[in-house]
Design a protein. Structure first.
Length: 262
């Protein structure tokens, strides 16, 4: 009987995974988010190399002998706050204000069309010491484009717009909806792009579950060293809960860094 139950359970899991791959990009990514929420990954969900800093051994005084020994290395407790879909006239400036008051560095994945519309906000991101990264030019589904079109139509125009304002040409990107074909992942990596997704979705974009207490509970239950936290620049839920997110993660012992510092 128990074997039968296990067999049924396995069949359901296989069926759900098949459905996830059959769904359109948005729905499929939503299902991926559901899986991440139920089973937080032990490491960051991302493609391509990311700079990692190794913690040196710490010299520890031994009370009884007066000698020193090297403690075992422990992972650095770092977390990267990331904000998609900006800049946006109202909420982005409020996010920047909060980060400035709290002394927190973050990563902004900007949309090219909005970079041209709100250049002063992009300049402020850069001047405040945040990392600016590429979130495409139109926020379209990149899986529907050829590899050449992804760079020529979506990534290059956005990075050029950022470079024109700041002198910095971003080579880190996050595909809208997390949607990118495997062959595109390989092509972009071969052309020097670093692809960064996320490991903890706050769901600040989902009105059904973006209440502050829901988001904070998600942070408390899914946090992990090296986490990349997904948030957005264009809604009230983010600015409402951001100070509490920062407070909660600090109390959990985390230091805030950009994605290249994880």
């Amino acid at each position: 009987m128990q074997n039968g139950k296990r067999g049924v359970g396995s069949s359901i899991i296989v069926l759900l995974l098949l459905l996830a791959f059959m769904m359109p990009a948005d729905a499929s990514q939503y299902y991926i988010n559901e899986l991440l929420e139920a089973n937080p990954p032990p490491q960051v969900l991302k493609e391509g190399p990311v700079v990692r800093v190794k913690q040196p051994g710490v010299q520890k005084q031994t009370p009884d002998e007066g000698s020193t020994e090297v403690e075992e290395e422990k992972p650095l407790r770092k977390v990267a706050l990331t904000f998609d879909d900006g800049p946006e006239a109202h909420y982005t400036s409020r996010i920047l204000d909060i980060l400035q008051v709290e002394g927190v560095s973050a990563t902004f994945f900007v949309v090219g069309e909005f970079v041209a519309r709100y250049p002063k906000l992009v300049q402020r991101m850069y001047d405040d010491g945040h990392l600016i990264a590429n979130h495409s030019h139109t926020h379209g589904d990149l899986s529907l484009l050829t590899n050449e079109e992804i760079i020529a139509l979506e990534l290059a125009p956005t990075s050029r717009a950022v470079e024109k304002l700041t002198g910095f040409y971003p080579m880190i990107m996050r595909p809208p909806y997390g949607s990118l074909r495997d062959d595109s992942v390989r092509y972009l990596k071969e052309n020097g792009w670093k692809i960064v997704r996320w490991s903890l979705d706050t769901f600040d974009w989902d009105s059904r579950r973006n209440k502050p207490e829901q988001i904070i509970t998600r942070i408390q239950t899914q946090h992990h060293p090296g986490a990349i936290v997904l948030m957005h620049c264009n809604g009230p839920a983010t600015t409402r809960v951001l100070p509490d997110i920062i407070k909660t993660l600090r109390e959990l012992g985390y230091q805030f860094v950009t994605v290249t510092q994880l």
